[in-house]
Design a protein around this ligand. Sequence first.
Ligand SMILES: *Cc1c(COP(=O)(O)O)cnc(C)c1O
Length: 370
Amino acid sequence: MRDGTRVVRAGLPRVSQGAPFLPGPTFAGTYGFSGEVGSSPYTYGRYHNPTWTNYEEALGELEGGPALAFSSGMAAVTAVLGSVLVPNSSGSVLVMPSDGYYTARMLAEGFFASLGVRVRKAPTAGSAQAGQLDGATLVWLETPSNPGLEVCDLAYMIEEAHKRNVLVAVDNTTATPLGQQPLNLGADFSVSSDSKGLTGHGDLILGHVAARNREWADRLRAFRTQQGSVAGPMEVWMAHRSLPTLELRTQRQCENAMKVASLLAKRPEVVSLRYPGLPSDPSHAIASRQMKYYGPIVSFVLQSQEEAERFLGACQLVISATSFGGVHTTAERRGRWGGDAIPPGFIRFSAGCEDGEDIAEDVSNALDVI
Ligand SMILES: *Cc1c(COP(=O)(O)O)cnc(C)c1O
């Protein structure tokens, strides 16, 4: 089955007479359940939910390994770090990307470090984390990285890690399993914020982890059940409802991102520009090898904070908002949050599904104004 078919059909139960293709959300705190544990597939809402079952089945098909839904991307990150590092936290060494998602770095260097986990960091670019693997427990990769769009070589990193018995988790949020398949490249975990491109409408917060095998999936499920980071059935149903358009959305977003990146490349106001799809981009060669789509994000730098703010204010169609991967084109001055080593004029732009000509015109006009 090809990707375009897989995303439409993933996780759907067999069609039965008079039933919807995707059953609606099941709202249940508790279920009818008599007799002993094991006599009912569903008992209590923190343990399981049929709406999760369908969505997790879909994610498993897209990722190539058993998947679990979480209440947010950060809950999914926490479940992997917690399950892998905490059983022996003071003996654990975690290798993080120094330029990865800010909140994940905060969590590692704050909460997990306070439990005794030793955290090493190295940049994503040049697969520099490979130099930190000796004696490590887990290496955390994020490629393309948010927001800098640096790329590391997944096959190489996974091989170097496994040679040293180091587990590998890939934050695959920016790529989605349609764009990049960490488990098929040998990673132990593929972690995602489903609040972004995977579900793509900017209307929910959700996350998931897909694991290389059942054993890890069971440990992650136990962590979720005990820690309680469970997803609401409505959000999970909406997420599943969004999957069939994943390929269509991604194709349009990538087409629009490429259009905007090509336009920005010609503008004198743009100090620097990153888009892995541009043949001139330093990430292009590796991204082309390991990614099917280059993604919706374009990162670029304008002269100053003031110019960046003027650009955002002058856009009529591009919405000023954080996050990325949605059907609406958005952009923000990333430096307003702090925490990332980026210039004040740095803009993270996320191409949506509007007509690319309109978006390109809007970006051009806004650059004319600054
Ligand atoms: C947004 C994001 C997360 C966190 O996901 P939430 O759903 O907001 O909790 C993790 N990693 C990356 C790369 C992200 O962009």
